[in-house]
Each structure stands twice: as C-alpha cells, then as structure tokens.
Design a protein around this ligand. Sequence first.
Ligand code: ADP
Ligand code: ZN
Ligand code: ZN
Length: 731
Amino acid sequence: MPPSRFAAFAIALPLYRAFEYRIDDSEAVVAGTRYRLPFGQGTRTGVLLSVSDSTDYAAERIKPIEARLDQRPVLSEHMLALAKWMSEYYLQPTGEVIFQCLPSYLRGSRVYQSLRVKRWQLVDSDADVIDELQSRSPRQFEIGLALLRQPGGMTAAQLKQINPNWHAVVRAMESKQLLRWEWVDAAVNPVIASELPRLSDEQSAILGQIEPRLRHFAVHLLDGITGSGKTEIYLRLIQARLADGLQVIYLVPEIGLTNQLIDRVRQRFGDCFATSHSSLTEYQRYRAWDRFRRGEVRIMLGTRSTLFSQCERLGMIIIDEEHDHSYRQQDGVRYHARDVAIKRAQMLDIPIVLGSATASLESIANCERDTWFHYRIDHRPTRYPPPPIQLIDVRNSRFEFGCAAPTLARIESHLAQSGQVLIYLNRRGFAPVVMCHECGWQSQCRNCDARLTLHQSLQTLLCHHCGFNQAIPETCPDCGHDEIRHYGIGTEQLEQGLRSRYPDTPVLRVDRDVISSRDALKARLQQLQSGESCILIGTQMIAKGHDYPAITLSVVLDADQALFSASYRASESLVQTLFQVSGRSGRGDRVGEAIVQTRFTEHPLMQALQRQGYREIAADLLQERRLLGFPPCARAVIFRADALELKQALVKLEEIKTLLGQARHFERLASVGPIPALMTRRIGRYRAQLCLLSADFQALRSVLSQAMPAIQEIASSPRVSWNVDVDAYDL
Ligand code: ADP
Ligand code: ZN
Ligand code: ZN
C-alpha cells in the first residue's frame, strides 16, 4: 500500500461525527476543500477538516477518497472555526453546520470555479488587419472595430451588446489568433455619492462615538425610533470602512421590499456591492458569494444566510431590524444569525452594528454588558415624529371586509388628501375558516392540526403549513347541507372589498401569494414610489424596513389574536409589529396617523400602547420575563421529536430525558415534558417536545455537555427523528 494518511471529513448528515478516509501522502491537503467520497453504495461530498498519521479505527478498513473537487478550499479557516463554534453552541451536527455555511450551489458536487470574467483584446491593434475583415467577414469586422476603439478590451456582456451571437464570432477570431483573452480580476471601486444629506445632531453625535471604535470588536446597538435615520448611519459607517480598504456584510430581514434599500446603496456607493436573498436563484447567490470572496465587490447585502459570506478583509457587520424573526433559522440547522454574527465579529475583532426601532428584549438585556454600546435616537430628521398609536374600539361595529366604519372613515379622509394608506393584515388568502352552517363541520387539513384557508383566486382550500389543497366543497361532506360559509378575513378578501369600494384608487397587495412574480412586485413598488394616492395592503412583509414618504396612514386590522396567544413572546412581537407598522407613516412632509382596531381597548397592553413608547413597554415586558423566569432572563433548550405516531415521539424524548437526568446539576434546571407540541400534527407527523429552562446558564451548559455525547448516539430515522433547538424561540 502506498504511504497514506487519514483525513477527517464533514458530511452533511444529521450525525454528530466526522468521517475518516485514506488520503494519498503526496496530496497537498488544505482544510475547507471538498472531496468526493465513497459512501455506502454511492458517493458523498465531504469537506476536509484535518489530517492525521494515525487512526483510532482499523486502518485497513478505511476507504480511500475518490477525488478532490476544489483546487482551492471553499471554506476559510475562520469559517471552519465559526462553524465549529456554531455546532458546539447550538448542539447541531458538525457536517450539517459546515454545509450550511456554503452557498447551496456548492453543497453538492458541483466544481467550484471562480466566476471571474474574461476580457478579450486584439492581439495586434493594427487597423489594416481589421480592415481586411470588412469584406470577408462583416461580423468579425464589427467586433474588431469595437475592440480597436477600446484598447482595454471588452467583456462578454459588452460584446453581446454588439452582436447577440458574439460567441461564435469571437471563437472564430480566436482561432485566427486575432484575439486573446485574460481574466479580469478588477475590483469594482466604490463611487461615493457627492451629495450626502446633512446629518442631524443625534446622527452625528452617534457617528462620533462609533467611529473611534471601529478598529476592534464591540457591539453597537442603534436604538432609534422608526424613520430616525439609522440607515443613514449605517451608510456612513460603511463609507468609513470602505475608506480603510475593508469589506462589509449588511444583513436585512427577509423582506419583499429590499429593492428600495438596494437602490439606496447603489446611489451611495455605485456598483461595489452584491446582493443575496431568496428571490435570487442558487446560481445568482453563488455568484454574489464569489464576487465578495474575491474582493470584486466590497459590500454584501442580503438576508440571513448572507452572514456566511467570506472575504479577505471583513471590517464590519451590520444587522438591520435586529429584532426580526427571520434571523432565526427554524428548520435544519437551528441558529440565530444575529447571535452568530456577534460571535463572528468577536472572532475577527471587528465591530458589529445592530439597529432597530423595536429592539429585541435579548439585545436590551445585553446592553448591560461591557462590550455593548447603546445609542438612542429620539427624533426623525424629517418633519414629523412617528404618529401615536390610536385605538379604534370595534366592539359594537359593523364590518366591511374586516374594516370597521371609523376605520373606513379615516382611510377615506387620507385618500381624499391624496395620501397613501397602508393596511396590515397578517393573514393571506380569502378567509381562514370554512364551515357548514348546519352541523359545524370545518375544513381541516388532512396532514396537519390546522384549518384550510379559502383562496378564492385559486378556487381551492389550502393548508398554509404543508401546502395540501382540495376543491371547495359545494355541500357539507358530513351532513350534505348546501350552506357552506366562510368566516374571517384574509388579504385577498380585503383587496377585493377595497377595490369595489374605491374603484378609482389603486389597491396594491403584497404577500407571499402575489410576490412570487417579481415583476408584479416591482410594478406595485413603483406605484408607491411615485407618491400617488393608493392603498397598500399586506402581511408582515409590509411591516418592515421600507421608507415611502407618501404614506400618511397606517392601519392594523387584527391585533387581538396575539393578546391571547399561548406563546410567551406574543406580546413582544405584537408590540414590535404595531410600532413598526405605525412607524411607516408620516415619513415625508405630511403628518402621519396610525390606527389599530381592537375589541379590547381596556387590555393592559393596549392601554400601554396608547400611553407609552416602545422602550418603556419593552422594559416592562423584560421585567415580566424576569419574574416568570423566561428568556432572555433564562435560557431555553428544546428537544423535539416527530414520528408517525405520537407515542413514538414521546418515547424518544423520554429516552433523551433519562440521559439528561443522569447528569449532575440536572435538578437545578426546570424541565417541561415530554409533551405533545402545540400543533401536534404537522405535515403528517406527530410532534412532541421536551423543554429545559434555566437562569443558571452554567448549570444548563454543564448538563448538556455531560449528556450530549450519549444523546448524540440516539439515531434519528424516518420513523422517529429528533433534534435540538438551543435558545429556542417558543416554548
Ligand atoms: P430608519 O432606518 O431609522 O428607519 P432612514 O435612514 O430610512 O431611517 O431615514 C428615514 C428617512 O429620513 C429617509 O427618507 C432618509 O432619506 C431621511 N433622512 C435620514 N437622515 C437624514 C438627514 N440627516 N437629513 C435629512 N433626511 C434624512
Ligand atoms: Zn354540515
Ligand atoms: Zn397541512
């Protein structure tokens, strides 16, 4: 046997271990490189972690690698270290975490080729040579002439503008040795806009405090009311980092309205940035990743997983709307992008800037730590403050498509003054309940403990959890009665109602059902941008991050549900949403108004909304969490199991609980479960959970580190699978 060594690989499997393969001694090995590995009957892609001369296993049984996939490692040492930390902190299988850090395009066996751009030039810039082409080959002449005028050469995109079939022509010219090409590795340099807005006093004071601290790790929380100019501060900080020759990652929540921010960044810095979000294809996101990695662009702007972008010279991370739930990944590898970003910044000794008008209770509590700086902005640089929240008591109201009469009156008054109106309704579809008037039958999902939502445009009943759909029955499946009615309002019905009531006003709906078409979304946003009177309706997508100065009225239709939710986070989320939605209005030179429909005007939370600002309410909520012993004043770790039968899931969790119970200090933790999950059946599987809760973080970590090695051995199978969720969002 030739001399060989043993290499450990990460493979994307829900297993808590690395896999060993034999690797040729002569091979230059670098951690972070992908290999094709024999696995079972087939092959798998693995990321090389380390190499050793010896192995704990029987050496002769270790298989050799099959092939190396990358010339250069796809993951840097820093990324591998971050992944290792994530896997330890979040108790997630290493292989899955490591593959999570790659763009999805590279998670399989596609070869990583840097996506550098080629540039063609004339071999000989002798005009006579080109002239000769004119009669024989007019298409070659045309390209030759263009290149003659552009001695620096041209890229494929430029050549395509001359001739859509440029490729064949260029091929022919290459074979005649008229052309040669080279890689363009040129970075796109920032072009800073020449006219910047004059900073408000608050903005400049904050910049003055952050700028001297840009050289080292620190967490800066920008706690500024909606429209207070936080984005402007980010842009100035980015500018400072670019001037130092560094790169920046800028994260925003998963929103449909990112376009506006993209335009803003382009206006400020030119084309020196790349974007990455879910409406791009895998390949487009991979391209963005590669451009940032090579330093071709300096800013990477995108949603959650953009955090894993790599580059040579990262100088800052920005997390806008840091309270937003989309930073939490709930399936697969469970992590919180904000918290991982803070760790990443600490590892690299760079600053991280979090911003929100409705900071999470986690961040508010964290501001007591030394490495956190807390800045407040209490005024908008524009003319009017955010509007106070007004409650509209709808207890005895008649509704039309979800709107009470006083609400309609406000809408009409704003439309009459050519304002734009935003209406928030976090429920898509036409109606959430379909019921038999005679026997009470309700349309239930076959696979989930959930009702089917009526989608009139699709002519179906649809499950929002698993996608199951069925035709709308004409008669009751149980009693045969022919009076099937629907109850409640979704965005589709609201849109229809508003359209027929205000035929001359454009009604723009933005929710997941409509924005799958990007062009449709673009048209809607242009309408908003134009400043002409219109009504914007939508789900959570329209609550965040955008800045349309013509919006003068914000309306929230259904706040009440959250008042009685089983989730301990419901109040925090509701308050955040209400302040965010209300803060979308009055950003321009007209005063805004914000109204919330409720049947519970006396509810303490509703009362607080009328009288207090977000910070005061948040302080009270935090105090309440402290008294109850809930996060962020305690840590929560949840083990979940799902199976074809509820009993199997519960048994699996009992097994886990027994192992946890054997650890020292287990008695110091509160544990709840195993119990069936709130929504017990989802996508055809029964779900249960076991929750550990403790304010004593040391004890919790200690129990986990004692018990996890044995728990990790418990296999997941398609029949019963389990996972663990550290810093779980909901209990
Ligand atoms: P936030 O991110 O806090 O919601 P933005 O940065 O989007 O706030 O600012 C809200 C609006 O105020 C934007 O239209 C922005 O152009 C404007 N703005 C921000 N800073 C200034 C300033 N210093 N002078 C004038 N207008 C400003
Ligand atoms: Zn019936
Ligand atoms: Zn379902």
